[in-house]
Design a protein around this ligand. Structure first.
Ligand code: DLZ
Length: 201
């Protein structure tokens, strides 16, 4: 899978930070293994898992705004008849076209990975958040058409969560599920691009 042309967002909660950090690192490592450029991986954090669906929905919308804005900048940069669009020194990180300087356009996100760690406590809080977050993340991907990878661990104990991030305290270190989520994001992003062009490989 060639992810070199993809732009991916990771939105993550901050509860259970040790596990979250390992999962995010696993996802980022796999995205890079598949060729996704570091500059095309955008990380955003929110307080808890309950905030993930809104974050996923808004970063997708924001990336369309950003893409529109940079496309306008690019057109401005290409207007070589306007003296104000000319510059002899390219802006940092900017692309130089003729004597005009501009930023490379930012594409909308091809996929979002939503990462959270919910650990069951002694009240019903866990059940309500698990249920609503999983339904809402599904809704975001169906409403937007952008794949949203379900990276929310729902664990009964701390040890279960640690093992699912490859941080198990016993002999079994477990497996970092963040790596699987990175691969799923690349696969679904590529599928979605192909399907939207009527290509079924
Ligand atoms: C309140 C709460 C609790 C008890 N447990 C968790 C958890 O295990 N994992 C998690 O990601 N977030 C938890 N939260 C915070 C909620 O997701 C949310 O951030 C707050 O209720 C504010 O909306």
């Amino acid at each position: 899978m060639d992810g070199s042309q993809l732009r991916i967002a990771i939105v993550h909660a901050r509860w259970n930070r040790e596990v979250i950090d390992a999962l995010v690192a696993g996802a980022v490592a796999t995205l890079k293994e598949h060729g996704v450029k570091e500059s095309n991986i955008v990380l955003q954090s929110v307080p808890g898992s309950f905030e993930l669906p809104l974050a996923a929905q808004r970063v997708i919308a924001g990336s369309h705004v950003q893409a529109g804005a940079t496309a306008t900048d690019l057109l401005g940069g290409l207007n070589l008849f306007s003296p104000s669009s000319r510059s002899s020194t390219p802006a940092p990180g900017g692309a130089s076209i003729g004597s005009a300087s501009t930023s490379l356009p930012k594409a909308p996100f091809d996929a979002v990975i939503a990462i959270g760690v919910l650990i069951k406590g002694s009240t019903m809080h866990f059940e309500y958040i698990c249920e609503s977050v999983s339904h809402a993340l599904m809704r975001v991907q169906l409403d937007t058409g952008v794949p949203v990878i379900f990276g929310v661990l729902t664990a009964l104990t701390d040890d279960q969560a640690l093992e699912r991030a490859g941080l198990g305290r016993g002999e079994n270190k477990g497996h970092n599920h963040g790596e699987d989520w990175g691969a799923a994001a690349v696969e679904m992003a590529l599928h979605t691009r192909n399907w939207s062009q009527g290509t079924f490989t």
